[in-house]
Design a protein around this ligand. Sequence first.
Ligand SMILES: [Zn+2]
Length: 331
Amino acid sequence: MVKKGYRLKAEDIVLLLLPLVFLLLFLTRPGNQEPVKQPSADKGKRGPEITLTVYNPNESLIVEAKLEEYLVGVVAAEMPPYFDLEALKAQAVAARTYALGRVKGYYGSTASHFGADICTDPGHCQAWISKERFLEVYGGEDDWARIEKAVNDTRNIVVTYGDVLINPLFHSNSGGATEDAREVWAISESVPYLQSVFSPDESSYPDYEKKQLYSWDEIAEKVKTKYPEARLPSNVDMEIESFTVSGRVDSIRIGSVSMSGTEFRELLGLRSTMISLNFPSAESVEITTYGYGHGVGMSQCGADALARDGYGYEDILKYYYSGVEVEEIAQ
Ligand SMILES: [Zn+2]
């Protein structure tokens, strides 16, 4: 259905043809008004035809999707297709766990979803890509078929802790050890399955290490934008004050200001909080980051490395999520 005043675009036609989308619910009107939604009789239905509603903010579209078909697009968007099949399966199970958790109302607000269960914004829920777009940008039919196999071979499998779906956080590369969730987010209680674990063999991946040179003035300017009262001398004056258990920056001092590693990472747009500092001169700072992402939960590069060492997807998931069960969805 196309609302009066809405001009159909080429991308909309592609979407209409997607096998994933078996029911097009609505296209929003100009002005970012709330999309109208058709009630679904099958929402969250158990068994072989679990469905969910997916909000795509890029298209201002809400569709009702079959879970397993939707998951192929998630794995395709979230993990390189050339990773080992067992790593792709681990990603599929994590994506399924997250999607079903969203259907159950876990993981925080869905105010941005216009009532849909989940969205395709990777900064909020999890990424998703259409097969057409994947073939244009990321890989071939063979790659897509491998991802489909990863999803099909793990059909209905999820990760639980104490019979409850976990929050299957993941990141690209741990830099050698994953992080305890409490070190990244201000949560009062420990999350038992999101502990720090060693994650060797990630150094061969491009995301492992990055060196970047900053001028002291550039760093001082960024600190001043957030802390106008900061006292910052004309020459380099910064040091790491403490580390977390995984070796990431817990606290770092820049001039008169101390901040958390997470805050420093955001301020400079660094890949991770696992960093080392080098001072080539009195006016410059070389920052080396190890790993990519917040470091909590499953490392994708680590999952691939473990898979290449012979780990199956269940072993991979249990390696990164401490004390969990990998099992079929409870009926
Ligand atoms: Zn979302």
